[in-house]
Ligand binder design. Structure first.
Ligand code: HXC
Length: 513
């Protein structure tokens, strides 16, 4: 065999992973192989694999009898939409994609390269977890990966795609990354699986209910996106990349649009009912205002009272944070605050301006919320907005009461441009609650308590619950017409494009976690 043939044979051997039989088992589960996934994710013929010759060095439990190439993970770089991306894909056909010393070293290496070269890193996870035969060496390798995840955080975007099992401490690498995608039915994530749960808590639960995509996108908030097939999930990943930059020193890609920058948005008025008690879907407002009616929502099923996601405004990528009056009137609660704060911090880390749509009655009252730590969680939103130095532009659409007024990108937290619609109500609390406290005695003393209450409510609304008091203090920069939303936001975005603000010298702040 010539040296060239030897190389080609080795390459072929790496390509078949754990062998044809294992590949067929993988396919029979509706799953692609690691290489098929990479090929689908990346632009055609752009993948450059590295470290395919790496093999494990374990010798116990018969491990010395087989040293498959790649050690169960395919790593390298390629392009998506012409942009460089680092990628690793665990190969379940090789030792169940289990993670040992060499496997972990390979992942840590691409992460390090991604951070050093300023390109996003995408991990395709499909693994039996820590390689049992390698004991503490596999734990050490996980530790190394967690360290690299943390070092890369806020430097390059990190994306995790869960496409099979992800159990034990293995879940913590994805958890440190910026976004988690899951394939419905075939992916799961848990610290301990159903059997351990049963032994410890006597709860009967299957893997899907415990840690499937549905549980994590709607209940735990661990995952941000899911879809039914691997292809759809990988398409979602590519779609997300269109909104985010390569690293913390570059800008998100510009997306040219034929949508006129001066287009009027008359539907905003139709969508928002004048009656502040009536709900409406905030998505309709977002789509009316943003380029081409496009909005990529993040964590859509978790805490739907707070809506976050990406859109483009006159071609520029923006992060949207909005209250959702359609769900619990758009209150801020524990989960909504966590979701909002995390999204705001991602946008701030990667120079994506924040556009905030405000319509909220305030923080959610209740024993569960108080005992669950709404004080600590709500504080995250305040902290995240106050700390963010990207352009911050808001429109108060209707209600902005109490602490929630301050939280939602207000001038006081250094909102750059704050708009309000004419129907905006900005006050310490809603008229009903306010008059019951301030005019309780007068209402009780009145012959017709109900009409007296209504009179006070009308008076309160007239005097206080409007945008003009805040505007007279300069807390609102302009009261705008609903049809002007798009053009005013675009102008505000442009004028803040070169925004620079200093931050205090410190190691890091201490966000309430
Ligand atoms: C070594 C493993 C492995 C592991 C699977 N395999 N998991 N080898 N270490 N952790 C091997 C199997 O022996 C098998 O090898 C091949 O991978 C495929 O596994 P199957 O069991 O045949 O596949 P399937 O039926 O699809 O089941 C997949 C599975 C199951 C659900 C992932 O294998 C499983 O429960 N594995 C153990 C999961 C686990 O408990 N891992 C440790 C988590 S704790 P052959 O040679 O037969 O093909 C952890 C701690 C991390 O990860 C801590 C970090 C800080």
């Amino acid at each position: 065999m010539t040296k060239i043939d030897q190389l080609l044979t080795k390459r072929d051997s790496a390509k078949v992973g754990g062998g044809q039989q294992k590949i067929e088992i993988q396919h029979s589960k509706g799953k692609m192989t690691a290489r098929e996934r990479i090929a689908y994710l990346l632009d055609t013929d752009t993948f450059q694999e590295i470290n395919s010759f790496v093999a494990h060095r374990a010798h116990m439990f018969g491990m010395d009898k087989s040293q498959p190439m790649t050690d169960g993970v395919v790593t390298g770089w390629g392009k998506i939409d012409g942009r460089t991306i680092y990628v690793y894909a665990q190969d379940f056909t090789v030792l169940g994609g289990s993670l040992g010393e060499a496997h972990g070293m390979k992942i840590a290496r691409v992460m390090q390269m991604a951070a050093q070269n300023g390109a996003p890193v995408i991990g395709l996870n499909d693994s039996g977890g820590a390689r049992i035969q390698e004991g503490v060496d596999s734990l050490a390798a996980y530790g190394e990966i967690f360290y690299q995840n943390t070092q890369a955080s806020g430097v390059v975007p990190q994306i995790s795609v869960i496409m099979g099992p992800c159990a034990g401490g293995a879940v913590y690498s994805p958890a440190i990354t910026d976004f988690i995608f899951m394939v419905e039915k075939s992916a799961n994530m848990f610290i301990t699986g159903p059997q351990v749960v049963k032994a410890v808590t006597f709860e009967d639960v299957d893997a899907e209910s415990l840690g499937g995509a549905k549980a994590h996108t709607s209940k735990s908030g661990v995952a941000d996106f899911s879809a039914t097939t691997e292809n759809e999930v990988l398409n979602q990943v590519k779609a997300l990349l269109a909104f985010i930059p390569d690293n913390n020193l570059s800008s998100a890609p510009f997306r040219a649009t034929a949508d006129d920058r001066a287009r009027l948005t008359p539907k905003v008025q139709e969508i928002i009912p004048e009656n502040p008690g009536k709900p409406y879907d905030i998505h309709a407002v977002i789509k009316e205002v943003m380029d081409d009616g496009q909005f990529m929502e993040v964590a859509a099923k978790y805490a739907p009272n707070v809506v976050v996601g990406f859109a483009h405004l006159n071609g520029q990528s923006v992060g949207i944070v909005a209250n959702q009056p359609f769900y619990q009137a758009g209150v801020l609660d524990i989960n909504g605050s966590d979701k909002g704060a995390r999204f705001i911090r991602f946008c701030d880390a990667f120079h994506i301006p924040l556009i905030t749509f405000v319509d909220t009655p305030g923080f959610l009252p209740g024993v569960d919320q108080e005992h669950g730590g709404i004080i600590r969680h709500g504080a995250k939103m305040i902290y995240a907005y106050a700390e963010a130095t990207v352009p911050k532009i808001s429109i108060i659409l209707r209600k902005a009461y109490g602490g929630a007024y301050i939280v939602m990108s207000s001038k006081h937290l250094r909102g750059d441009i704050n708009f309000a619609l004419p129907n905006a109500e900005i006050a310490v609390m809603g008229p009903e609650g306010a008059v019951n406290i301030v005019f309780r005695k007068e209402i009780q003393a009145a012959g017709d308590a109900e009409s007296a209450r209504q009179q006070y409510i009308d008076e309160y609304r007239e005097e206080l619950a409007n945008p003009y008091v805040a505007a007279s203090r300069g807390y609102i920069d302009d009261v705008i017409l609903p049809e002007e939303c798009r053009q005013k936001l675009i102008q505000a975005l442009e004028v803040n494009q070169q925004k620079k603000v200093g931050t205090p010298a410190r190691k890091h702040g201490n966000i309430p976690l």
